[in-house]
Design a protein around this ligand. Structure first.
Ligand code: HEC
Ligand code: HEC
Ligand code: HEC
Ligand code: HEC
Length: 130
């Protein structure tokens, strides 16, 4: 009888920890773009509202690596992605530590697609809303 209770308890605890992992912070919880690279600096502009999953659904973006890309010898790798890594992990390095460069690639990716698709915000104040 005691053994059985222990089993039930253990199964329950495994269940609890699985739920905790699954419901942990993920892209669904993202409401703004807040690259930690900008944390250490004076934030000059309010962080950009970005409801990750909702945005990508509305914009009908199927592939994660449209944004979370990886490159090999200057070429984008089609079937790989880098989600879970911040953009700054690659775009702000010891070799290239200019934050302007990081800002440039964010703008290029976000605004670039909006301009191309003629949808989504392109003005400063539309993304950096107060
Ligand atoms: C339109 C661009 C875009 C697309 C498409 C996209 N993401 Fe993201 N994602 C971002 C941005 C921007 C961030 C936040 C900035 C960062 O962490 O570098 C982010 C953050 C994340 C994070 C990190 C959450 C955390 O804890 O910091 C995960 C995980 C993630 N995305 C997964 C995905 C998956 C899975 C897909 C495909 C189903 C996807 N993303 C598609 C732009 C995108
Ligand atoms: C695993 C590393 C890695 C991650 C993570 C990554 N990138 Fe990149 N990205 C690269 C490499 C490598 C290149 C191509 C070489 C270059 O131009 O720096 C590139 C190129 C780009 C370009 C084209 C640059 C140009 O001058 O044409 C943009 C825009 C860009 N990345 C934006 C982003 C954004 C925004 C994120 C986060 C959502 C991101 N990248 C995440 C490695 C990465
Ligand atoms: C591959 C294309 C693409 C990329 C990359 C992209 N967007 Fe968008 N975005 C769209 C489209 C398309 C819309 C319009 C969706 C609609 O309402 O029909 C949009 C709409 C938006 C909106 C309006 C509100 C909303 O959620 O619909 C915001 C804010 C926004 N994008 C922010 C961003 C930010 C910040 C980034 C970069 C981290 C980004 N987008 C990258 C395609 C893109
Ligand atoms: C499509 C959305 C979009 C538009 C339009 C846009 N930005 Fe950004 N900008 C971003 C994102 C995303 C980041 C990265 C923010 C972060 O991680 O906190 C950023 C970062 C910045 C930063 C550095 C970080 C900070 O908070 O100070 C500056 C400065 C900036 N943008 C200025 C501008 C100016 C000026 C304009 C108009 C010419 C502009 N942006 C238009 C999306 C946009």
């Amino acid at each position: 009888m005691k053994k059985k209770n222990l089993m039930v308890y253990m199964v329950f605890m495994v269940f609890v920890s699985v739920v905790a992992v699954i419901s942990g912070f993920s892209q669904e919880d993202i409401t703004t773009v807040q690259d930690s690279a900008f944390d250490i600096r004076e934030i000059m502009r309010p962080s950009v509202p970005f409801l990750h999953d909702e945005h990508n659904e509305k914009a009908q973006i199927e592939e994660c690596n449209v944004c979370h890309h990886t490159y090999n010898e200057g070429k984008k790798v089609e079937d790989e992605s880098s989600e879970g890594m911040e953009c700054s992990a690659c775009h702000l390095t010891e070799k290239n530590d200019d934050p302007i460069e990081l800002v440039r690639v964010y703008h290029l990716q976000c605004k670039g697609c909006h301009e191309q698709k003629n949808a989504g915000p392109v003005m400063c104040g539309e993304c950096h809303v107060k």
